[in-house]
Design a protein around this ligand. Sequence first.
Ligand SMILES: Cc1cc2nc3c(=O)[nH]c(=O)nc-3n(C[C@H](O)[C@H](O)[C@H](O)COP(=O)(O)O)c2cc1C
Length: 345
Amino acid sequence: MTESGQAHRKNEHLALAESNFRRTPPTSSLEDVRLIHRPLPEIGISDVDLTVQNPDFNWQYPFYIEAMTGGSEKTGEINQQLALAARTTGIAMAVGSESIAIKEPAQAASFQIAREVNPDGFLMANIGAGHSAENAQKAIDLIHADALEVHINAAQETVMPEGDDAFYWKDNIKAIVEQVNVPVIVKEVGFGMDAQSINELSALGVQYVNIGGRSGTNFAQIEDRRNRETPDQYAFLYDWGQTTAESLLEAQRAQDGVTIFATGGIQSPLDILKAQVMGAQTVGVAGHFLHTLLTTDVDGLIAEITRWQKQLTELYALVGAKNVTDLAQVPYILSPELKNYNDQR
Ligand SMILES: Cc1cc2nc3c(=O)[nH]c(=O)nc-3n(C[C@H](O)[C@H](O)[C@H](O)COP(=O)(O)O)c2cc1C
């Protein structure tokens, strides 16, 4: 079967995300945050409980495989491997945007494979905010999802050669939250958020927001490089948006009532810990896990996730935290640049 333009785009996203990752390995913006070491933690590793304390997301581990792919034969194979790693390690997983499966039912299998491989795992559906509540429910039903991610990606669409040119999303988001039958997370795809937008989402009834910050996978660059006729037209947008660290500071300024998830440039269990200390309840990892899978194999990814689970437990103990609630007490300082950002907001 020849692949449609949209299916081809899915393959290009995967290839370009990985080639960018290899060319310029990302540095986490959370390097601008330093946790203060306290040498008397008074805790044992066996006291640590990483469980997410939320009935909607009752996960054993606070990090997960973030939305990446599906929509072509090649990306279906990747979803199969990611789902196998999620099942083996007991972590949650999101599939990539299912918009293509709604338009082209032949591509549904490349998403459904994730549920087939991991029938009892926590799986998140994914759809863009341009979609109706009806389509959102279709995306959920397609993979019997336990939650739905709705992505908001104005900057990506701006650079994308075939991107949308209108971003009227609020009515859809409100309807989706009201009408679908699973918890909804609204997420950015790597350009971050500000406090006002988080408050606006909250006013629409959104309970879960993933700040999806800059510093990891860069969709301004990826979309620009897909444009072969005139590449690098949008180089001036390559550092558009708030980093993950900046977005987490923004979330601290937002009104209470929204639960924050984080993603964007997470490179180690220490980044997960820092994001949680700054207020994220759970943390998504995309590029790093994709890179691990593509440069090793599914066993390599399973080994990496297993190592992170152990190391994150050790890090909780190191900062004297028995659980995520205790992390709020961990002191930290900001780099001069991040402090400057914070001071000006
Ligand atoms: C190949 C690839 C495809 C992606 N596709 C989607 C998508 O369809 N929907 C979405 O919400 N996010 C998508 N993302 C964004 C990730 O979910 C994540 O928010 C972003 O990559 C930042 O995390 P990272 O720095 O760990 O990669 C994609 C990421 C990658 C690497």
